[in-house]
Design a protein around this ligand. Structure first.
Ligand SMILES: [Fe+2]
Length: 323
């Protein structure tokens, strides 16, 4: 990251919510534990799946405790079920808050989805009917979660395989309204954009044109399986060229939000996964997000809520230079 860009990022952080630019991150996976503890690889940050570490005992939590001393940690959940009509699971939220505080999570994310009903967990990220009623419902739940966590919630656009005829709001517009109403932030998964749009037969250009990039604090990259008539979001391979092109366009518009690679199936050795996210450099080099950051700063100042200021700016100057 060159000096001009670094300075601009610092100005944005000084005037609005302080979500750090962490550099290029890797999703923390159990099969890499031994390598990480032995080699302490020069990766910028890790994203840990919240549910894998919420119980305080066991080796996974011990490993995370070692890793948190050397790398920034972000928590990413799959079970909050923010869109469900079940009551929010207060015990889950309490555990999540305790974990986030303990590992000094830079932020906490989950998905715009529902994962179960009547106490059952489907272990799937199920799509929501995007209506005004759903928006009011989800916004109320996001406020509760943020009160419990004492920080803004970060929500990810999910991969979808179906669309509801009853939906009246596009996903980008729904996410924008949710941010405006609650002060929550966004995790933009560009692979999910590609998967959702292909499966729905809609345009990625239109999706990207409508997306509220000013609220994005993190990005996801991942591979998928193209089955001809549809795409399955498998996270079991390298990122395809089309998704890299979406990343290039989106990263600039976010003002340099922190990219992270997800690899969950047929997980190769750590160095191969790390190398895949480092390919992002080729799509970032030469891009100057100064104007995007300036726009983001102005927008954030206008729409921020008190919880925005609960997130401390703990990034050192050295971290700012990692992209
Ligand atoms: Fe993702």
């Amino acid at each position: 990251m060159d000096g001009a860009v670094k300075q601009s990022v610092a100005q944005a952080d000084a005037s609005g919510p302080t979500f750090e630019r962490l550099g290029l991150g890797v999703g923390l996976r159990n099969s890499h534990f031994d390598h990480i503890l032995k080699a302490w690889p020069e990766v910028d940050w890790f994203e840990a799946i919240s549910e894998n570490f919420m119980d305080s005992g066991g080796r996974p939590r011990w490993v995370l405790d070692q890793i948190k001393e050397r790398y920034p940690i972000v928590l990413h959940g799959v079970s909050m079920s923010i869109g469900s009509t079940d009551p929010l699971d207060r015990a889950y939220l309490a555990k999540l808050k305790a974990l986030a505080d303990d590992v000094k999570a830079r932020w906490v994310s989950d998905h715009l989805c529902w994962t179960g009903i009547m106490g059952l967990n489907s272990h799937d990220l199920l799509p929501l009917m995007l209506t005004e009623e759903a928006l009011t419902h989800v916004a109320a739940r996001v406020r509760i979660v943020q009160d419990v966590l004492e920080r803004p919630l970060v929500l990810e656009n999910p991969s979808s395989y179906v669309q509801f005829q009853q939906s009246t709001i596009s996903e980008p517009d729904f996410l924008r309204a949710l941010c405006d109403q609650t002060g929550c932030k966004l995790l933009l998964d560009v692979n999910n954009v590609y998967v959702t749009c292909f499966n729905a037969g809609t345009s990625t250009d239109a999706y990207m044109k409508a997306f509220p990039f000013e609220h994005v604090v993190q990005m996801h990259l991942a591979g998928h399986q193209h089955c001809g008539t549809h795409i399955v979001d498998t996270h079991d391979g390298p990122v395809c060229d089309e998704v890299w092109q979406l990343f290039r366009a989106a990263w600039q518009k976010t003002g340099g939000a922190s990219p992270l690679l997800e690899w969950d199936g047929d997980v190769p050795e750590f160095d191969r996964v790390h190398a895949e996210v480092l390919r992002a450099r080729a799509y970032i080099d030469g891009i100057d997000p100064v104007e995007a950051v300036a726009t983001r700063s102005r927008t954030s100042a206008a729409t921020s809520t008190p919880v925005d200021f609960m997130v401390p700016n703990v990034m050192g100057e050295s971290r700012m230079q990692t992209l």
